[in-house]
Design a protein around this ligand. Sequence first.
Ligand code: MN
Length: 136
Amino acid sequence: MALVLVVEDNPANLKLVTLLLVHAGHDVLSAADAESGLTTARTQQPDLILMDVQLPGMDGLAATALLKADLRTAAIPIIALTALAMKADAERGRLAGCAAYITKPLRRFELYETIDRLLADPTADLDPQHAEAVLL
Ligand code: MN
């Protein structure tokens, strides 16, 4: 069980993700935009963040980069959620500091498997170059 922050502007998606997380025994915090997500991450220190890429205003990858640049939140693993299954977006996500990348529509077992893997080892999915940057 973990405390998971979901940053997602679509109410239906947020409801689905929340149901899936609660079903798996997690506690859920939510934010509908990047700015409030950053505040919640800093104040509540979740164990993991699910970050929608497409958000109003600041996008999820920009928010991820800010979280990774902040010592208070840098160690929190972030899973990017996006409807865009483009290879270039996966790469952009990794460069921003996302530990993993899930495309919508969500498949519950992929979600659970990715969360469990990252909770067991928060740096598991980081490429060596980025892991080194984080450690430095
Ligand atoms: Mn969105």
